[in-house]
Design a protein around this ligand. Sequence first.
Ligand code: RB5
Length: 155
Amino acid sequence: MALTIVTGSDNAGHGHKSALKELLENDPRVGKVIDVGVAGREDNELYPNIAVAAAEKVAAGEADRALLVCGTGLGVAIAANKVSGIRAVTAHDLYSVQRSVLSNNAQVLCMGERVIGLELAKELVKVWLDLEFDPESSSAAKVHAICAYDGSLDK
Ligand code: RB5
């Protein structure tokens, strides 16, 4: 089934966010893209507010995943992970992107515009769209333990 994906960034990540949003909007694996800002480089909304708004949509079941960009990809991941039920990672390489879903069932991928080139980011996002967590895998008990800790088991 086509994915609903939330995109978001602060002004430091707006360039990559816009390009990746366009990529998602043109990918047949994506049914809907919900952008939670920022609207442009001159928009100074703080990254924690953007990241939490995106993560809350995923936690509420309004979206399957979120793709967040800031300068480093670190702040947005820290903020998104404060939302119960959210597993957000910063990943700029193929293996980490793959394992974020296959091992950790992460719903939120975070990248840093000051860290990764746009073309590599695009390729990683294309791979990310095909990844699916296997609830029968040996990783399931570990993800279950995370959810038990943050009280999101029934979400
Ligand atoms: C710029 O504000 C920078 O601190 C931010 O984009 C992000 O990298 C924080 O983690």
